[in-house]
Write a protein that binds this ligand. Structure first.
Ligand code: CAA
Ligand code: NAP
Length: 248
């Protein structure tokens, strides 16, 4: 397919575990993938790794916690690559610690990166989607927004905020052919989970009925389904993908 006729998908946090799987899957599905990053070296590594398998992706630098930087990034992508049809708000961080020890910096970093980023990115792409009467927005939340998690008051708050955002925005933009959905992954085998001390991680895995961590590709498969043209009736939803660890 000609590059110009492909739908453009912007994936934030593309250099991470889930982001990399998203880039690969969406490229396989025929989207023109733009991977947002903040670390040049990691981004070039990702681009080379995918190119070796025949996937040409574009890169877009920007700190998603910075409203102005995101604005500049979106303008640059839309000018040089094309209008953004699909936005996957995937960038995220953890700063786990019990609340009695939590610093203001731990709180702000997690809220800015995981939740304010959703405003920053969506705000800069939404008007174009409305004008073009088409859009797909996916917010990557977490099982820990649904069930809570010791040591994650900041993260659970940010990820739970995404649900309210998804539902309200879905109501406002449904009439323009734009869908907005949340995916709530359980524990997926990426650097984020591998940073949890091994003894604690083992206890968490023991609570997962399927008996293992999820794979990043298992999240990417669900995203590919939700952004397809066939999923136009799915909006304001939350998809829990957690190996049976939490059912609500
Ligand atoms: N329930 C009850 N008690 C718990 C507990 C739990 N789930 N987890 C830890 N504790 C207890 C410890 O056993 C310890 O008890 P003692 O003092 O009696 O020894 C005590 O709490 C430690 O408390 P602290 O206040 O000292 O805790 P801390 O500030 O050092 O934080 C922690 C500990 C960093 C939160 C650590 O427990 C941890 O890493 N937990 C895992 C958190 C987690 O699951 N993070 C997910 C990261 S991946 C991700 O976020 C992706 C996703 O969306 C799924
Ligand atoms: P990861 O491997 O740590 O990747 C996180 C990505 O986000 C990295 O590319 C990171 O870039 C990027 N990022 C962080 N802050 C950023 C910022 N300010 N601007 C731009 N990019 C930024 O983690 P992951 O597991 O793939 O997580 C992806 C998303 O899934 C996160 O939102 C996470 O909360 C969510 N999630 C993960 C799990 C899980 O179990 N893994 C479960 C539920 C939800 P750098 O590499 O440069 O830091």
């Amino acid at each position: 397919m000609n590059q110009d006729s492909k739908r453009v998908a912007l994936i934030t946090g593309s250099t991470g575990g889930i982001g990399t799987a998203l880039c690969r899957k969406l490229s396989e599905e025929g989207y023109r993938v733009v991977g947002n990053f903040r670390n040049q070296q990691k981004a070039q590594q990702l681009q080379a790794e995918l190119a070796a398998d025949g996937h040409d992706i574009e890169l877009a630098h920007g700190d998603v916690a910075d409203f102005e930087a995101v604005g500049a990034m979106v303008r640059d992508v839309e000018e040089h690559i094309g209008p953004i049809d699909i936005l996957i708000n995937n960038a995220g961080i953890t700063r786990d610690t019990s609340f009695v020890k939590m610093s203001k910096a731990d709180w702000d970093a997690v809220l800015n990166t995981n939740l304010n980023s959703v405003f920053n990115c969506t705000r800069h792409v939404i008007n174009g989607m409305v004008e073009r009467r088409y859009g797909r927005i996916i917010n990557i939340s977490s099982i820990n927004a649904q069930k809570g998690q010791y040591g994650q008051t900041n993260y659970s708050t940010a990820k739970a905020g995404m649900h309210g955002f998804t539902k309200s925005l879905a109501l406002e933009v449904a009439r323009y052919g734009i869908t907005v959905n949340t995916i709530s992954p359980g524990y997926i085998a990426t650097d984020m989970v591998m940073a949890v001390p091994e003894n604690i991680r083992e206890k968490i895995v023991a609570q997962i009925p399927v008996g293992r961590l999820g794979g990043p590709v298992e999240i990417a498969e669900a995203v590919a389904f939700l952004i397809s043209d066939k999923s136009g009736f799915i909006t304001g939803s939350n998809f829990a993908i957690n190996g049976g660890q939490h059912m609500s």
